[in-house]
Write a new protein. Structure first.
Length: 256
């Protein structure tokens, strides 16, 4: 990728997008980040290499001609929890569906998918070649989008990379993540009880957003294409174990 290439970051006002544009190693790139007024809950990163434009003024045809890479972070997991939403209709009406036909062989699409495309797995870590069997709408939607972009890539010749991260958390106290770890930390700081559903023995893989951004940097720097990469810690930890670690670190009893 040439120095100072422009990158379109869709969904860039969320905590992952803000970590990306604020990452020192990526400051040589120029980012275009569409925003919707009043749709974000934290101050946006202000850097000379980051350009924010209103979605209302976004001309996809014009922007596509100026960029080399699209990072697709748009994530409507909350909306997809609504039982009335049809995953297929959601995919067909998404911004991804508008962008794919416009990409050319010189473009690279980096798509953030999810570990949930694998469904429930008994063992961790999960490998990229494991069977895909999503059992909820969010995972189904991500898998449909993966297949859609692969088909367009084959037809139009653009490069793609698919990242399948596990549960992402951040150390940044300003950016709001809905990850369990970050929710627990906010509740502890406010002396609020932690809500645990079930026994607390559920095991998940949690990954720091910095590792996710470092993986993204590798894709940009080395030009990997048409690859699928799982991004996680490689180890599982239960909710109860997380609470125990937090109790030791804070040296206080935590209300559950």
């Amino acid at each position: 990728m040439p120095l100072f290439s422009k990158i379109l970051v869709l969904g860039g006002t969320g905590f992952i997008g803000q970590e990306i544009v604020d990452f020192d190693v990526l400051k040589k790139y120029r980012f275009i980040v569409p925003i919707r007024e009043k749709k974000y809950t934290h101050p946006l990163v202000a850097r000379s290499n980051v350009e924010y434009i209103d979605y209302a003024n976004l001309d996809i045809n014009d922007v596509i001609e100026k960029i080399s890479t699209v990072i697709y972070l748009i994530d409507n997991i909350q909306a997809l929890k609504n039982s009335d939403i049809d995953p297929l209709k959601y995919v067909n009406s998404s911004l991804l569906n508008d962008i794919l036909p416009k990409l050319k062989p010189n473009h690279h699409l980096i798509f953030f998918s999810s570990r949930l495309v694998y469904g429930k797995k008994e063992k961790l870590p999960v490998a990229e070649l494991d069977d895909l069997n999503p059992n909820e709408k969010y995972g189904m939607t991500k898998l449909m989008q993966e297949n859609l972009l692969k088909s367009y890539s084959k037809a139009l010749g653009f490069k793609y990379s698919i990242l399948r991260p596990t549960n992402i958390y951040t150390d940044n106290k300003v950016l709001l993540s809905k990850n369990l770890i970050n929710i627990f930390v906010r509740n502890i700081l406010k002396n609020k009880p932690l809500q645990v559903y079930g026994s607390g023995n559920q095991v998940r893989d949690y990954v720091n957003v910095k590792k996710v951004v470092e993986t993204l940097h590798s894709l940009l720097k080395e030009g990997h294409s048409n690859k699928i990469i799982n991004v996680g810690s490689g180890e599982g930890i239960s909710i109860n174990e997380i609470i125990e670690i937090m109790q030791r670190n804070w040296q206080k009893d935590i209300i559950v």
